[in-house]
Design a protein around this ligand. Structure first.
Ligand code: NAP
Length: 307
């Protein structure tokens, strides 16, 4: 059990680290708890970030590391741990980790991020299925692969794989992409990319390892061979540790909080991809972190005035 902090920030992605930068500059006594001890969150896996203002083309890993270094230089105390439960009693939050530690604070910012959603078809658990082309793509260099999902993540995965694989088959369940049109255009121009529209994967085939995909397209069954399948069908918020607060999460598990980061629980703030909002980007994550830390500082100031 640690001393009681003024503020605990949970999450070491852009939202959490930006909250730390703002908390440090506001002079708060705070600490940050993150999962893996090297920071960056989901962006660590982005090969190239082209829409972060001022730093076009930077790798996700470098951007994450730079934000983390900035937070550390300002004195951020970072603890590693997987937060399993957050509770509030007598105005104090307790944050428990899987590793058995408990931290206490008067205010908490959750910047819990999100993880890849599963496709939910038979065969998804076998070898050859990945949720991150930048992480695993090199294992499939020279082999035919498939990408499922037409959002930004799917298109970026397909573009990346089309540079190292002879054939990339892209499956869209609708006839249109959800991703940025400029990137879709680039993908459509790649001669080794085949786009199957209005096509659902219904089974990932193969004994132990993927050898192909069984599909249904407008009522017609089909199949094609591939040696790797990259699934990019959206993300799920990592908000299980907040389950103890009734009414805090929406039906999909995202934290209900406005732009200020304030939730229905006084002293509990939310930032980043796990917050219910229309656009999940690094830019909106860092904006969330700044807003949540500023709101938390105001909340703590009010507590002092009341005491
Ligand atoms: P997303 O935007 O939600 O796209 C998910 C895609 O998967 C959609 O095309 C969706 O189809 C499809 N899909 C969902 N469930 C499916 C199923 N069961 N079977 C087949 N297809 C399915 O998710 P995302 O691409 O992970 O992006 C998440 C957020 O991160 C977005 O805000 C995105 O802009 C951002 N992001 C940005 C970048 C970047 O470089 N700027 C990179 C990655 C992600 P429908 O369109 O039919 O729903």
């Amino acid at each position: 059990m640690s001393d009681c902090y003024e503020l605990l920030i949970i999450g070491g992605g852009p939202a959490g680290l930006t909250a730390a930068i703002y908390a440090a500059r506001a002079g708060l006594r705070f600490a940050l708890v993150e999962l893996d001890g090297w920071g960056g969150g989901q962006i660590s896996a982005a090969l190239q970030v082209n829409n972060y203002p001022g730093l076009p083309g930077i790798t996700g890993a470098e951007l994450g590391e730079r934000i983390r270094q900035q937070a550390l230089d300002l004195g951020t105390e970072i603890h590693c741990g997987q937060v399993s439960r957050i509770t509030k009693e007598n105005g104090i939050f307790s944050v428990e980790t899987e590793e058995g530690e408990t931290f206490q604070a008067k205010a908490v910012i959750t910047a819990l991020g999100a993880s890849p959603a599963k496709l939910g078809v038979p065969g998804e658990e076998k070898a050859g299925v990945s949720y991150c082309a930048v992480c695993d793509g090199e294992f499939y260099a020279g082999k035919p692969v498939a990408v499922i999902g037409g959002g930004d993540a799917g298109v970026e995965d397909a573009l990346y794989l089309s540079n190292i694989c002879p054939q990339v088959t892209m499956l869209l369940r609708r006839d249109v992409f959800r991703a940025a049109q400029s990137r879709v255009k680039l993908l459509e121009e790649r001669s080794n990319v085949t786009i199957l529209r209005k096509t659902q994967a219904v089974e990932l085939q193969g004994e132990g390892r993927v050898t192909g995909i069984r599909t249904v397209s407008q009522g017609t069954e089909g199949a094609f061979s591939c040696q790797g399948v990259f699934i990019a069908v959206g993300t799920l918020p990592a908000t299980e540790c907040l389950a103890g607060f009734p009414g805090l999460l929406d039906e999909n598990g995202y934290v209900l909080a406005g732009e200020s980061g304030e939730t229905a629980i006084p002293g509990l703030f939310a930032a980043g991809d796990a917050r219910e909002k229309p656009l999940r980007q690094i830019t909106t994550a860092v904006a969330d972190g700044a807003n949540a830390a500023t709101s938390a500082a105001a909340y703590l100031q009010n507590l002092l005035t009341e005491e």
